[in-house]
Design a protein. Structure first.
Ligand SMILES: [Zn+2]
Length: 508
């Protein structure tokens, strides 16, 4: 029986981190069936890749793909930078229950593989709302049941976003109780930590503790140090991770390669206590002069030392539903538009005005390149986007959604030599696969699922910028998902070969 696809003349970067080698790769149905120096048997389709790199499809362990997957099921932004699998439900936020969402994804004809975490914040919200108090034993029992159901539905583990409401109201001990449930079903814990600025070191300790006492692998997601007041603390955070690993705690990291983060203006620039409860409660606090003054004082500090990076120009609007003409404008611009000098004091007023108007998504330039590279070089760090599936040309998303994986290959491998090509590919493939327990993906080897990317290491690059984010990555010539070509010669194919991937408690 002939092969379905034969890739000839490849530089195989197999995902393990081993040096590349020259070989051909043969695919039949949805699997890799042979890799050898010179395959001469017939194939229905032969593609001479002419010495380009052939690597496993990239796996994004932190994706907000449910923003967009049902609008753009081809996930062009992801596929065109080599990503063949995305894992949803990060930052403590997932559908609860998970089963109907996964069923809907299963019936969707899509180009990309997708799986999910169950979110601690969403579980807490479902049981007790967004309130700032400890859970009762009965509420904890109900939350444990929801996490157990999530794991049985196919989650890869428990995600948290302890920075956000309601994660920020959650005591560590409560997270540990839920982490134990995820661990019992073979899942991992992955956390957007409580504080990535002033409290980054304490937050790393908390993340390690949750893994240690919860009895499961633990991951610091999109690890960064936010705010010029705290730059350099990645030396200490990496030391803590290394120390935990030395005593047997399975602690790991993922990261995106940008010196700006993205989240809502409210979560980033207002204190968490101001965001408790319903929108009406939030608005009432902003109307009360004394409370407003207190919010403003804290917001000025956040602008100065944390997400504001010390200057209102460092905060840029990604998307404002109430006024899309603000997309792409900085908080300094908006302050000026309101007839005020763009001081931090006045910028805090603009931030509160934005929250009063219904809120916007923002981009925050407040990360140092030194911390970024230090974290990237750490062997226990994998690559993840924290991105979504944008509608092409709409709003002003963080460029990570279009560029993350290509940027690591173009900027940090080719231009800066921060890591090797083989190590970069390992961080994008076998490492996240191993973390998720995906035993049949992430490495090029006969018997593995045929998620395969072909790219030119001399030209691969991200094109998306903060000013002009809607630009696809370049340098990928062919992307194969489950043995079917999803992308080639600059265009998406008609195939929709993506499948839903299920976690350890429900693996097919
Ligand atoms: Zn996050």
């Amino acid at each position: 029986m002939p092969f379905d696809i034969l890739l000839k003349n490849a530089r195989i970067v197999d995902g393990t981190g081993s040096p590349w080698y020259r070989a051909d790769l043969a695919i039949r149905h949805d699997s890799i069936v042979r890799i050898a120096f010179n395959i001469i048997e017939p194939a229905r389709r032969t593609i001479d890749v002419g010495g380009q790199v052939v690597a496993p499809g990239f796996i994004d362990i932190h994706s907000h793909a449910r923003r967009g997957i049902f609008d753009v099921p081809t996930a062009d932004n992801y596929i065109r930078m080599g990503v063949t699998t995305v894992i949803e439900g990060p930052d403590g936020s997932s559908p609860v229950p998970l089963a109907p969402f996964l069923a809907r994804l299963d019936s969707l004809k899509k180009s990309i593989n997708i799986g999910a975490f169950i979110g601690q914040g969403s579980v807490r919200s479902a049981v007790m709302g967004d309130v700032d108090r400890k859970a009762t034993p009965d509420e904890i029992a109900r939350m444990r049941t929801l996490v157990e159901q999530g794991m049985k539905d196919g989650a890869f583990g428990l995600s948290s976003g302890l920075f956000y409401v309601p994660g920020t109201f959650t005591p560590t001990e409560e997270v540990i109780e839920l982490a134990k449930v995820a661990g019992r079903f073979g899942g991992i814990y992955i956390s957007h930590m409580r504080d990535e600025a002033k409290g980054v070191v304490a937050s790393v300790k908390e993340t390690i503790r949750i893994g240690e006492e919860g009895g499961l692998p633990t991951q610091i997601t999109h690890h960064k140090v936010v705010g010029p007041g705290y730059w350099g603390q990645s030396v200490e955070t990496l030391r803590l991770v290394e120390e935990a690993r030395a005593r047997g705690v399975d602690a790991t990291i993922d990261q995106y390669p940008y010196t700006a983060s993205a989240t809502s203006i409210a979560a980033a620039l207002l204190p968490a206590w101001a965001l408790e409860g319903t929108n009406a409660a939030i608005q009432a606090r902003l109307k009360d002069p004394a409370t407003r003054a207190k919010i403003k004082t804290e917001s000025v500090q956040i602008l100065k030392l944390e997400r504001g990076g010390g200057d209102a120009k460092n905060v840029v609007i990604a998307h404002c539903a109430f006024d899309p003409t603000l997309d792409g404008r900085s908080l300094a611009d908006i302050t000026t538009l309101h007839g005020m000098e763009p001081t931090l004091d006045n910028a805090a007023e603009s931030a509160m005005w934005i929250v009063e108007k219904g809120g916007c998504q923002g981009i925050f330039h407040a990360i140092s390149e030194d911390d970024l590279v230090r974290i990237l070089r750490y062997p226990g760090t994998m690559i993840a986007t924290d991105g979504e599936i944008p509608i092409f040309g709409k709003s002003n998303p963080h460029p990570r959604s279009y560029g993350t994986f290509a940027r690591v290959l173009g900027v940090y491998v080719r231009e800066k030599h921060a890591i090797t090509l083989e190590d970069a590919v390992r961080k994008m493939t076998s490492y996240p696969a191993q973390r998720l327990g995906l035993a049949d993906r992430g490495v090029l080897r006969p018997g593995m699922k045929a998620d395969v990317v072909v790219f030119d290491p001399a030209t691969v690059r991200d094109k998306a910028t903060f000013e002009n984010p809607h630009q696809y990555a370049e340098g990928f010539s062919t992307v194969i998902v489950n043995g079917h070509v999803a992308f080639e010669r600059g265009a998406m194919s008609a195939a929709r070969p993506g499948v839903v991937l299920y976690g350890p408690a429900k693996q097919r």
